[in-house]
Design a protein around this ligand. Structure first.
Ligand code: S3P
Length: 432
């Protein structure tokens, strides 16, 4: 599927974005482990979250859909999952594979986690090595590094882990394994990654101790309370609309009901440092997560330097930040972001290549990139490389590029933002 865009004159209006991907995964998984039914309202019905849902069903968890945006997860308790008859399909979802590995490592069952080609290239040793230190028995391809993964559940012991890279997927995997382990499991992060797992475990009655970047849980936990979850809009999806409104002259939009957990909103800090004025309105707390409406107006941007602690707080937003930087005055330098190379694609390489094809001045670095702006972009046919975040970035570029822009392979956008083209069309009138 291709998405074709024409230059937009101004973006106006109020829109919402689909539910948060990370929170939906966790609400499904923890719902399936709870004692009794949990409702999930506003869940994200995307390719990645369906992968988690499918794995849970294969483990015997019943999930109903009583409304278009509501799921009812009939939790079977921490010890109620049954051995899956067939392989568990994580499709393209790294979160599904890594969190599932933590949950299955300590269960007395045999399971195989499979993946599509894109996910088969992503490193799993980052979870296999620490889980093995807790007593897990896991094998994987290429010297226990790449999917698929085979897990023969074992009794686990708590361990003290120091993570070499800030990763919420790895942190969550180990804390979830820690629910089943004997003794204390500690995770020491190198930077502040998203904390939805800790928040949701606490909401279900588990004591997760956090002091700065050190988190621990003492197991074995016997019981998770059922918990109804209202999923806020995904900040990482709102990011494309925010940058679109900043770049298309004369725009003013409101993106309503967006999760603004500070472990997710590093992009706001970066954009504000570049001169953007983005207002948070109607700030509130919903189910243990901060939520707000975001008002964005067009702004003149200037280059900035991004590195250090903000990187994990905006880890999914670097392709769209790179696009913003092409329109900013001067140099934008991103460093300390080598993690980008092991996302859905090598996002340093794919972002640099795709934005260059539109005329941007951008150079790759081992752990980031440097952009020189402002540069007028020219429309072209560009490939999203099967990466939803790159494809959405290119679509936003199409709103400011001269002539028409066609994003090839735009179906991958549904991995995180189903209805993206329509939402853009609501504020732009230019997307087809
Ligand atoms: C996610 C964590 C991030 C992010 C991914 C979702 C999560 O990965 O890139 O899209 O739900 O935990 P890392 O924390 O491993 O960098």
């Amino acid at each position: 599927m291709n998405l074709t865009l024409q230059p937009a004159t101004q973006l106006q209006g109020r829109v919402t974005v689909p539910g948060d991907k990370s929170i939906t995964h966790r609400a499904l998984l923890l719902g399936g482990l709870s004692n009794g039914p949990s409702r999930i309202d506003g869940f994200l019905d995307s390719g990645d979250c369906r992968a988690t849902l499918g794995c849970l069903q294969a483990l015997g968890v019943e999930i109903e859909r009583p409304g278009a945006e509501t799921l009812l997860v009939r939790g079977r308790g921490l010890h109620g999952w049954r051995e899956p008859e067939d392989v568990l399909d994580c499709v393209r979802s790294g979160t599904t594979m890594r969190l599932m590995a933590g949950l299955l490592a300590g269960r007395p069952m045999y399971s195989v986690l499979r993946a599509e080609a894109q996910l088969r290239r992503r490193p799993m040793d980052r979870v296999i090595t620490p889980l093995t230190a807790m007593g897990a028995q896991i094998a994987a391809r290429d010297g226990n590094r790449l999917p698929p993964m085979t897990i023969v559940g074992q009794s686990l012991q708590g361990a003290d882990h120091t993570l070499p890279v800030a990763s919420a997927q790895v942190k969550s995997c180990l804390l979830l394994a820690g629910l089943y382990a004997e003794g204390t499991t500690t995770v020491r992060e190198s930077g502040p990654s998203r904390d939805h797992t800790e928040r949701m475990l606490r909401g279900r009655g588990v004591l997760v101790a956090s002091e700065g970047l050190v988190h621990s849980v003492t197991g074995p936990i016997q019981h998770l309370d059922a918990l109804d979850v209202q999923v806020p809009g995904d900040f990482s999806s709102a990011a494309y609309l925010i940058v679109a409104a900043l770049l298309v002259s004369g725009s003013e939009i409101v993106v309503g009901n967006v999760g603004v957990n500070p472990t997710r909103t590093g992009l706001l800090d970066a954009l504000r440092a570049m001169g953007a004025l983005i207002e948070l309105e109607n700030e509130r707390d919903e189910g243990g997560e901060p939520v707000a409406d975001l008002r964005v107006r067009t702004a003149e941007l200037r280059g900035t330097a991004i590195g250090g602690e903000v990187v994990p707080r905006m880890i999914d937003e670097f392709p769209i930040l790179a696009l913003a930087a092409t329109q900013a005055q001067g140099e934008t330098r991103v460093r300390d972001a080598a993690e980008l190379r092991v996302k859905e694609t090598d996002r340093v390489a794919t972002t640099v290549e795709a934005l260059r094809a539109l005329g941007a001045q951008i150079e790759a670095a081992p752990d980031g990139f440097t952009v020189l702006g402002p540069t007028p972009l020219r429309g072209a046919a560009v490939d999203g490389a099967g990466d939803h975040r790159l494809a959405m970035t290119l679509a936003v570029a199409g709103l400011i590029a001269r002539g028409g822009t066609t994003v090839l392979g735009a179906e991958c956008i549904a991995d995180s933002f189903p209805g993206f083209g329509e939402t853009l069309g609501q504020i732009a009138g230019g997307a087809q």
